[in-house]
Design a protein around this ligand. Structure first.
Ligand code: NOJ
Length: 480
C-alpha cells in the first residue's frame, strides 16, 4: 500500500482489479454436434422419411454439412480454435440399418472419426442417441414400444467394444424431455401425436434404455469413462413474487422438466450433463404480455429465445450435487456474431460465478461447432462458431462429382466469436478486457485487435483459420 495516506486510491484499486476470471485447471473446452445434424444423407433414419413426407424440401436435411466426408477438416478447425474436447454422436441408423444387421463399414467409419479426434488430442464425449431412430425401430413403435430399450441395449453392446477405446465420456441419451415435448406436446417432430399414455411410455422406455446402457458401460469400464445424459435444463421464475399460481407453475415445471428423469434413474449418473437454453417466467394469465415485455427488454436469439445469463447460474446452483457437472450444450442462434460474443462472455461469467460459489463444473461445450440442421426448422438458425455457406457447399458437392480432388472447405468460415472463445480457452479464463463484449454494439475486431496487442502476439493469424481461408470475415452485423 502506498504510504501517501490516500486510502481512496487503494480502495479503488481493490475494487477495480483487472484480473482474469479463471476456470479450474483441466477444464474441458469444446463444442457439440450431433450426427444427423451435420453428417448428411442419413437415409435409414426415421427423420429422413418424416422430412420428406411432412416438410418442404428446403427443410430436408439432405447433405447437411457433409461432415460424414469432411470430419477431418472440421476437427482441424476445432483444434485450431483451441478446443481440448469435442462432443459428437453416432448415428444408430447407419450402424444398424436393418433389424439385427450391423454394417461393419459404418462401424469402421466411426472408428476413423473418433480416432481422428484422438489424433488431435481432443477429449471425446460421445452421445449414443441424439433424437433419431433407425426407420425399422420407428416402424416397430419407436420409444413407445417396450422393445426399443432392448434394441438400444443390443446396439450399445455391439458398438461399444468397437469404439470404446476412443471415448472418454459417454452420454447415453440426449434431452429425453425435449424429445417428448417436441413429439407429444409441440407435435413438430416425427411420430407426433396427442397421447398421454404414449408420452408416459416413451418416458419410461427412455429411462429404461439409459439404465441398461449405464449398467453395461460400467460392466465394461468400471472406472475411468464416466456415463451420463445430456439433459435440457430450464430456469423458471415467477413474475409476481407472491402469486401462488405462479409459484406452483414454477415448482411443477421444474419438477417435470428438470428433475423427473434423474428421479427415475437415480444412481446411474456419474456426472450431470446440462444443456442450457431456456428461461421461462410465469405470469398469471398473461403469456402474451410476458413475451412482449421479454422481447422488448432482453436480447433474444434469431429463434426468439431469451438471452438470460443469470439462468445458467441458477440452474447450476440448483443442481449442484456431489457429482461433476459438464455443460454439454449452450449456444445462441444468431447471424449477428457480436451477439454471440456477448452471449459467450456473459454466460461464461455466470458459469465462473457458480464455480466460485462451489459448484463443481468441469467443462463447457458450445452448441455448436458449426451451423447445422436445426431439425424441423431446417438450416436457418445459425448456431455455429464456424459459419457454413450452404450454397458454396452445394457447389463443392457438384464439383466433387466430376473430380477426385480432395474435399474443398471454402464452405466453412470461422466467425470472430470462435476467436473470442479461443482466447478464453487459451487463458482458461475470461481476461478482463473481454468483458467489454458485454456492452452493446461492441465489435469483435476492435476488441480482438486490442487483445492481440495486450498479449503481444497475433491473435488473428492466417493459420488459425480453416484451409482455404485467408482472413476472418470482415463484416459482422451491428447489434440491433
Ligand atoms: C439441443 C439439441 O440437443 C440440439 O440437437 C439442438 O440443435 C440444440 N438444442 C439447439 O436447438
Amino acid at each position: 500500500m502506498p504510504d501517501n495516506g490516500v486510502i481512496l486510491d487503494n480502495h479503488l484499486e481493490e475494487h477495480h482489479d483487472h484480473e482474469t476470471i479463471y476456470f479450474p485447471s483441466g477444464f474441458l473446452w469444446g463444442a457439440s454436434t450431433s450426427a444427423y445434424q451435420v453428417e448428411g444423407n442419413n437415409t435409414n433414419a426415421d427423420w429422413w422419411y418424416w422430412e420428406q413426407t411432412h416438410q418442404p424440401p428446403e427443410k430436408w436435411s439432405g447433405q447437411a454439412c457433409d461432415q460424414y466426408n469432411r470430419y477431418e477438416q472440421d476437427f482441424d478447425l476445432a483444434k485450431q480454435l483451441g478446443h481440448n474436447a469435442h462432443r459428437l454422436s453416432i448415428e444408430w441408423s447407419r450402424i444398424e440399418p436393418k433389424e439385427g444387421e450391423f454394417n461393419q463399414a459404418e462401424i469402421d467409419h466411426y472408428k476413423k472419426v473418433l480416432k481422428s479426434l484422438k489424433d488431435r488430442e481432443l477429449t471425446v464425449m460421445l452421445t449414443l442417441w441424439h433424437f433419431t431412430l433407425p426407420k425399422w425401430v420407428a416402424d416397430k413403435g419407436g420409444w413407445e414400444s417396450g422393445q426399443t430399450p432392448q434394441f438400444f441395449e443390443r446396439f450399445v453392446k455391439r458398438i461399444v467394444p468397437e469404439i470404446g477405446v476412443f471415448v472418454d465420456f459417454w452420454i447415453t441419451l440426449n434431452e429425453p424431455g425435449v424429445y417428448i415435448y417436441e413429439t407429444y406436446i409441440e407435435r413438430a417432430w416425427p411420430h407426433s401425436k396427442k397421447s398421454w399414455i404414449g408420452q408416459a411410455k416413451t418416458f419410461l422406455n427412455l429411462t429404461s434404455a439409459h439404465k441398461k446402457a449405464y449398467k453395461y458401460l460400467h460392466s465394461v469400464y468400471p472406472v475411468g469413462k464416466p456415463v451420463g445424459i445430456a439433459n435440457n435444463i430450464l430456469s423458471f421464475e415467477s413474475y409476481h413474487k407472491h402469486s401462488v399460481t405462479e409459484q406452483v407453475a414454477v415448482s411443477l415445471n421444474d419438477l417435470f422438466a428438470n428433475h423427473l428423469f434423474y428421479f427415475f434413474t437415480h444412481g446411474t449418473h456419474d456426472f450431470l450433463g446440462i444443456n442450457y437454453y431456456f428461461h421461462v417466467r410465469f405470469r398469471s394469465g398473461s403469456f402474451i404480455a410476458e413475451r412482449r415485455d421479454m422481447m422488448q427488454t432482453h436480447d433474444i436469439s434469431d429463434m426468439g429465445w431469451e438471452v438470460y445469463p443469470e439462468g445458467i447460474y441458477q440452474v447450476l446452483t440448483d443442481l449442484a450435487d456431489d457429482i461433476p457437472i459438464y455443460i454439454t450444450e449452450c449456444g445462441i442462434a444468431s447471424t449477428n456474431d457480436d451477439r454471440r460474443n456477448r452471449f459467450l462472455i456473459s454466460y461464461l461469467q455466470e458459469v465462473a460465478r457458480a464455480i466460485k460459489g462451489g459448484v463443481n463444473v468441469r467443462g463447457f461445450f458450445y452448441w455448436s461447432l458449426l451451423d447445422n440442421f436445426e431439425w424441423h426448422l431446417g438450416f436457418e438458425p445459425r448456431f455455429g462458431l464456424v459459419e457454413v455457406d450452404y450454397e458454396v457447399l452445394a457447389k463443392e458437392q457438384e464439383l466433387r462429382k466430376s473430380t477426385t480432388s480432395p474435399y474443398k472447405t471454402q464452405s466453412r468460415k470461422i466467425r470472430p466469436s470462435a476467436l473470442v472463445y479461443k482466447d478464453i480457452i487459451q487463458n482458461n479464463g475470461i481476461p478482463h478486457s473481454l468483458l467489454r463484449f458485454i456492452g452493446h454494439t461492441v465489435r469483435a475486431e476492435e476488441v480482438l485487435e486490442k487483445r492481440s496487442k495486450e498479449t503481444e502476439k497475433e491473435m488473428i493469424q492466417p493459420e488459425v483459420l480453416g484451409k482455404g481461408q485467408k482472413e476472418i470475415p470482415e463484416e459482422t452485423e451491428k447489434t440491433a
